[in-house]
Design a binder for this molecule. Sequence first.
Ligand SMILES: *Cc1c(COP(=O)(O)O)cnc(C)c1O
Length: 433
Amino acid sequence: MTRLRIGQRRTTLNPPNESKLAIDGGEPVAREPFPSGMLGPAAIGEEEVEAVASVVRSQRIFRFLDHENSHCTRLERLFAEMTGCPHALAVGGGTAALICGLIGIGVGEGDEVIVPGYTYIASASAILICNAVPVIAEIDESLTMDPDGIERLITPRTKAVMPVHMRGIPCDMDRIMAVAAKHGLRVIEDCAQACGGSYKGRRLGSIGHAGCFSLQQYKVITAGEGGMVVTRDRTIFERAAIRHDSAMCFWNPDDTTSGPFPGENFRMNEMEGALGCVQFGRLEGILARTRELYKRIHAGIADCPGIQPHRTNDPEGDCGISVAVLLENGARAKWFAEALRAEGIPAGSMYDQGIPDRHIYRFWEYVMEKRSADAHGRPWTSPLHDGSRAYHPDMCPRTLDILGRTVIIGLSQTYGDQHADYIIEAIRKVAKG
Ligand SMILES: *Cc1c(COP(=O)(O)O)cnc(C)c1O
């Protein structure tokens, strides 16, 4: 005999009147609306307010007034501790972190950097800003860079590979690191969407030569804006730090073997540092909850016919912030997402030719059309590069096929078990329809 605990819902045996799809006029599965789908920002409370207010009250916004007592320094130590990397550099954003990381590992004009066709356009932008040429790689069913596709993109100009842990899903780092080592390439991890995630017990960001995080609003935790570079390599750190401040190379010239060379203003400020530290304290709690929801949903849909849950390269290390299911074709995926939304589930299809999404390479117009800020057309026209890289919206058919067949549901720690059960019930119901 199976007993239902109070509050537990039957998810498989719906009475016939409940099985008519909401998209066809039936009753929606979700009987109450979903709360905020935000992660860190939804956890903001008095502690964050007080942390930022106290910085403002102190009239000390610049981080380098008192290095030892700086919130930014504290945040750097928290990231260093989490990743096990001795060096961490707080910067003003995730894109700034990537630029500093790329400069750190020595990327410059004439170099090529391999980046997946599914990532936010900022990954490619950072490469271009370093005057390097982005080379676009296919993804696989894990929605991250396909390690098998990297090798055929390597040329004598390839300097680095940028795996991106999209949607909190860890890349297949063992295989990516092996290809990189074989060809003497550097690896820079874009962890903007995967703060706190890990791969086979190692924290994301600590596996490649440099790891870059974002603390922007849409990420796992936020500092308002902000980013972080972590590395085990002292020279990479020094070079990233020099790039992040226009005069930093002159502060302790005897302490560094790098520079001088020009920097920008990518400094983090103390309001961001203080906010980031409080949010960092919430990170493990947020991920513990999203991973619980993720496991509950995956268990609930494991035997559901007609759908294929996305492959993850490490189910334990995955941040658990998104559930993705692959359908048999694009039309079915689009319908599936619509039907889920009618059931009250915040689901989306990933790729639609008519909807420009800057997370998909074909909508990176300034890459596809080789645009620059000036008329000289760098980096593609650089005399240090042979200009042979051509881009085309259909150049990564597998990436478009996979994204076209994928339906995604973002998870948040704000969801209760009942929301996870709505998701399970709705997926099972729609899969039958
Ligand atoms: C958000 C994001 C970035 C850029 O971070 P910002 O803080 O917005 O500059 C880079 N890469 C990926 C994958 C992102 O999601």
